[in-house]
Design a protein around this ligand. Structure first.
Ligand code: HEC
Ligand code: HEC
Length: 315
């Protein structure tokens, strides 16, 4: 059984006092209803019972996928060589995002599509504490869709992630909708990677002054504007993204955020991201200790040592 939040989260409308995770998208129950926060585009998820992906199929899919995908790795430019954002690619990603948002996601298909992703992000979608792989479990559905569309349009570069985003591996808009809905409703790790814990008061102040308007007081993000939830993300991953956003290497960065963080020193960056990684998702979004994803009971973890590390950012 997948653990799902029992109580509905407060809607994005009640942002005045303590804002909760926006309702509707990341799973306010088995059949989320369209909400204002979701722009109404998201209708009830379909789920046809908890069928696990069979192991032989898993092995075959993984083997063929990896051969195809890893052969495409060399075609990807390294992040630091990224040319400026290409208007055609931005328009392409936006059109694909709109098309995906108009579809009704199917969790069963999403679970099957997720099999290839599990090689790196793990069956739980918790990524790795060292930040090599982000936690994507519990991320807002719109954010997952936007990032997938950006990777495949070439607006965001990563040599590991790119080949798994292309249509021949991931599929079309329906598969994007399905896998995003599946990932969004997975419970999050209770033990994400944290920073040194030395400057949390400074971090809290910086967060209030520079981040809260967009990412929310609890790091819950904004589903309508596809602003990522940051609460519970691995510290080291936050650091890598923050640096890539500041340097311009992450081409899909929000330009207002880039301006906002321009003057941050290394110490301030570490402080604010340590504070951010410690923001807790609501308890009903967290998995219990030791939880493993029952949808993949026979998953062989890192069978071929494929879960390789991407090159370290060189900023
Ligand atoms: C070969 C390893 C690998 C596989 C397989 C893989 N990913 Fe990733 N993914 C990564 C890495 C590495 C990153 C971080 C990229 C970066 O640092 O910019 C990432 C980032 C992401 C992000 C962005 C998260 C964020 O908050 O910024 C999403 C969403 C994502 N992956 C979804 C998927 C989905 C869905 C699949 C399956 C279709 C998948 N990934 C398969 C390695 C992988
Ligand atoms: C003006 C709004 C805005 C402000 C202010 C802002 N951000 Fe962001 N941030 C965004 C958006 C939008 C994205 C996603 C961009 C995209 O689509 O890829 C993002 C992405 C990120 C990411 C990457 C997350 C991921 O999962 O890939 C991190 C880390 C981050 N922001 C941290 C911060 C921190 C820390 C601050 C304050 C110091 C901050 N942001 C201020 C809008 C903002």
């Amino acid at each position: 059984m997948i653990i799902r939040p029992s109580a509905a989260w407060p809607s994005a409308g009640c942002r005045v006092a303590r804002r909760g995770f926006p309702a509707g998208v990341t799973g306010s129950g088995r059949s989320p209803r369209p909400t204002a926060a979701d722009g109404g585009a998201h209708t009830a998820l379909t789920q046809r019972g908890a069928r696990a992906v069979p192991a032989p199929l898993a092995a075959a899919v993984l083997a063929s996928t990896l051969v195809l995908a890893l052969s495409a790795v060399s075609a990807q430019p390294a992040p630091e060589q990224a040319p400026p954002a290409d208007a055609a690619a931005v328009a392409q990603a936006q059109a694909e995002y709109d098309a995906v948002m108009a579809l009704e996601p199917d969790l069963d298909n999403g679970r099957e599509a997720y099999l290839t992703c599990a090689v790196c992000h793990l069956p739980e979608a918790w990524g790795s504490e060292d930040g090599t792989y982000p936690q994507i479990a519990g991320q807002l559905r719109t954010v997952i869709i936007k990032q997938l569309a950006d990777f495949r349009a070439g607006n965001r570069d990563n040599p590991l992630m790119y080949p798994f985003s292309v249509p021949s591996i991931l599929g079309g808009t329906q598969e994007m909708a399905d896998v995003a809905a599946y990932v969004a409703q997975l419970p999050m790790t209770p033990h994400n990677g944290l920073g040194p814990g030395t400057d949390l008061a400074l971090g809290a102040q910086l967060y209030q002054d520079h981040c809260v308007d967009c990412h929310g007081p609890d790091g819950e993000g904004d589903v309508r504007k596809h602003i990522p939830a940051l609460a519970g993300q691995h510290y080291a991953y936050l650091v890598r993204q923050f640096e890539q956003i500041r340097s311009g290497a992450r081409r899909n960065a929000d330009s207002k955020m880039s301006e906002e963080i321009l003057g941050f020193s290394a110490a301030e960056q570490s402080a604010v991201l340590d504070y951010t990684a410690r923001l807790r998702p609501p308890p009903e979004k967290l998995a219990p200790d030791g939880w493993t994803n029952p949808d993949f009971p026979n998953f062989v973890r890192d069978a071929a040592g494929i879960r390789a590390k991407p090159p370290a950012p060189r900023q």
